[in-house]
Write a protein that binds this ligand. Sequence first.
Ligand code: GCW
Length: 709
Amino acid sequence: VTTPPPEIHPAWLPPQVFRHIGSRRCLVHGAGTLVETVFEEVAAACADHGGSAWRGRSPARQPPADLVFALREADRPGCARLRHEPAPAALSTADGAGAGAVEDESFTVSRDGAVTTVLAEHPAGLLHGLFHVVRLGESAFAGAWPATRQRPAAGRRMLDHWDNVAVDPVMGQVERGYAGGSLFWRDGAARDLGRVRAYARLLAACGVNAMTVNNVNVHRTEAHLLTDRLDEVAAIAAVLRRYGIRLHLSVSFAAPVTLGGLATADPADPRVRAWWAATTARVYQTIPDFGGYVVKADSEGQPGPFGYGRSHAEGANALAEALEHHGGVVHWRAFVYNHRQDWRDRSTDRARAAFDHFAPLDGEFRENVILQVKYGPIDFQVREPVSPVIAAMPGTRVAVELQVTQEYTGQQRHLCYLAPLWSEVLQFRPWGPGASTVAEVAAGRRPDPGAGEVAAGAGPVGGGGLVGVSNAGDDPYWTGHPLAQANLYAFGRLAWAPELTPGSVLDEWIGLTFDRPPGGVPARLRDTLHAMMDGSWRTYERYTAPLGVGFMVRPGHHYGPDVDGYEYTPWGTYHFADRDGVGVDRTSATGTGFTAQYPPPWCEVYEALDRCPDELLLFFHHVGYGHTLGNGSTVIQHIYDTHFAGVEEVVRMRGLWAGVADLVEPRLHARVGERLDEQVRGAGEWRDQINAYFHRKSGVPDARGRRIF
Ligand code: GCW
């Protein structure tokens, strides 16, 4: 990175987006921390833009307020018009009212006469209502429109930070971080909290309401956050609280040994349980609204219950028990597989692992355990089928984990807008057409075998919500690639409202980030950003590993191509290419049997070569290079065609960006330009290695005679 920006970029909250609110007469009514935050925001906007902000009631001899934020239970002097707004929907949290439920965050927004009103039962609703009005811009104050009720789909919308306090010699400070150092920790201690506050504000504005501040790989220093370094954590929690975000901690399953000095961390041992209970009680004394624990157990070297001959349910429940009466939850990760596999062993299939470990435990987890499942069965690849675990555990709260940080999708050097991928995952129907979507499972809507669908929160278990691994760091643009801010924004928005289209979320983000008074974003800039970003995930897919086979990245750092980089390693990520064909046979008939982990219709669709979607073909089948795809092309020709096309698309992106230099702040323009240069280079490298590799293996020439090395 060679272009330093002068200051911290405001991302999707540049001061001017508050001008529509800040030029009004605003009344904020109600009590509570988040109501104070709403008032501070409104007052700051009014100070900038000439409006008036009143707390409690509008002063006599002033024209009445034209923007009102009010708690429903408060008496509302000066707000007579509110009588006409509709009755609230039944009060319930989106992820079920049971253990560890989050506060109701819904709100009603209406416009009647010349007054725009945001009304909520709880302060958190007013906070989200405030940012809703910011997004509406001037249209929040134009004409009259009926009241609408806004309610998050998932109760918990969480960002996990894989941040280390001490810089890890191998992984650096932020594991898989591509945006500088940690926002929370520097030089081994908690940093200045100003940046954390700005971050919390951005996250609240897109709907995030929970986060972890340390890596799921809990190293020695970070383990102490749970005990003797709790004060530092509490200081961060205090900042997050003002924006409605609850803090959770990643903890080590071995903490009773490493921190508590016990001889064992066996979850069945009463001393271990007592240690977790006492430790957790201390956490709640210090941080009363603490969210809970996130645990990566028996995974990639992290300790877990297997070490004591216990199941993952026994392990998770021991921690859940300690959290339960404080209202906390355990996010227990399902990313458990054998990372010391023998590549010669064809009977082990990493894709099967999460289901094999967890599906048999359905119904055994306590109510405040949330099983956190990566969206795909392998590991955040650009294309994977949806994890079968999501459909396999009707008696367990499931959270779906997405990777906002672009470990496998270009590491924030490549432009790759991920909302289309996430949207496909969230709208996928694990039980086939007509049944629930993944988003509904995460929100707590389950298919009820007896009575069809059940309502949100009304099922036997609630939902676990959505979790994203953050892509933010202390980079002045927050995310390294300035346009990767859109992924962070989109994560929050899709967690709140998964039915939003990726294009409309991008449009919101553009509208806020590049806003220019008085008229908003110039149309040419808006169109250019859509042209560059709408299809950028598919473009990335085209020039990297083909047809869902995945990996083919450089081992370790995972950037750039290396087709055989993982082929003979213990990690379980193979493509099995030879002179005749490529792909992993995961069928039940002749392969690893992974397809049988899906309920119908997907087990049949994936099993059948002629029904399996092209983009997942090599994930499920080993086929010859001459195999004809659904799109009429052969596998080998498809590889050549997509790789040439993908690079051409990146070159086009770069040209488009050059064409808006006059409309974008020069330093930001330069920063994106540098990244696009690297993307053109990197995509060309991918194209040439992939094409050369498969040309050499197969001996099949490109039908169009293009250059293959
Ligand atoms: O995607 C992989 C990453 C690891 C990460 C792991 C996980 C935090 O390569 O760096 O560890 O997943 O999700 O636990």
